[in-house]
Ligand binder design. Structure first.
Ligand code: GUN
Length: 295
């Protein structure tokens, strides 16, 4: 596929544009850990509260990925009337269960439950989402301490690495400063010696930052946030947003049709970061089982 650049018209040349195919890479990565999974026999437990339609889809994808990798999977479902104390008691039961190596509590949770308290209750050794403060804190030390990194940031780094997109010394702009994506991916990029700017809802003049980006990572949850005039030619774009349009389609935060004409790389939604999150979760689960069974 080819895009037009500012040079078009002058020299009639255009730069190649590549789609960051997270679906294909995710399958490759999941297949690559099958032998390790057969050796360490990991088991993942997923706690799912209520009937959030998006959560049901995500959890189904995680289950399918476990089946593909050869990882045992157990789902524990509870109604959204469960109390915080009951949920934490369930987590503690799983913490004590030597048969289970990884535990995730699917988010979002009902409003009466405090997410930080729930995450704090998970044994950091089993925290394959990488959300616990212990695992997040370790990441600040160096890439070698990214033991159980958060799944979406880890998936993004794997995607950039696979397509040989250089990180060291590059201008990376992250839009979104959530605890699960924006902050940890900024840390992981700093660990790899990028020059990182993290923008968010209070950033003045977002475009002045996004325009500078060699790599632009967008994790806000607002369809159409990034338009073609906000990026420079040749940018690599990673779109983490998942939004539903009025006609029921899924789209990201980036105006894909127009931004892709200027980008050198761009991740689609769906089929980009989403499957990479699942692959990173699978890799964390195998890693957690190996750690638990060798120390
Ligand atoms: N909800 C949306 N994405 C995620 C995720 O990666 N992990 C968990 N636990 N919940 C989510």
């Amino acid at each position: 596929m080819y895009n037009k650049t500012a040079l078009d018209g002058l020299f009639f040349i255009s730069l190649p544009m590549e789609i960051l195919d997270g679906k294909a890479l995710s399958e490759e990565l999941i297949d690559s850990v099958k032998d390790e999974a057969a050796k360490w026999k990991p088991k993942l437990a997923v706690i799912l509260i209520g009937e959030n339609p998006a959560s049901l889809v995500y959890v189904r994808n995680k289950k399918k990925a476990c089946e593909r990798a050869g990882i045992a999977y157990e789902e524990r479902r509870f109604p959204d009337t469960i109390t915080q104390e009951q949920l934490i008691a369930e987590i503690e039961k799983i913490n004590e269960d030597d048969e289970i190596n990884g535990l995730i509590v699917q988010l979002p949770l009902p409003d009466h439950i405090a997410v930080p308290l729930v995450i704090r209750a998970i044994d950091p050794k089993k925290d394959v989402d990488g959300f616990h403060a212990y695992n997040l804190g370790k990441m600040f030390l160096s890439p070698e301490f990214e033991d159980l990194p958060p799944a979406t940031p880890s998936g993004i780094i794997k995607l950039l690495d696979h397509y040989d997109i250089p990180i060291r010394g590059q201008e990376v702009v992250v839009v979104g400063h959530s605890n699960h994506v924006g902050k940890p991916v900024s840390t992981m990029l700093l660990n790899r010696n990028a020059t990182v700017t993290t923008c968010h809802i209070h950033t003045k003049d977002l475009k002045s930052h996004t325009k500078r980006a060699d790599i632009l990572i967008v994790a806000v949850g607002k369809a159409g946030l990034i338009t073609a005039d906000m990026v420079k030619d040749g940018v690599a774009v990673v779109d983490v947003g998942i939004n539903r349009t009025d006609d029921g389609k899924i789209c990201g935060d980036v105006d894909f049709e127009n931004v892709s004409k200027k980008a050198s790389f761009i991740s689609p939604v769906p089929g980009g970061v989403g499957p990479m999150t699942v692959a990173a979760l699978i890799m964390n689960t195998v890693h957690a089982a190996k750690r638990q069974k060798t120390v």
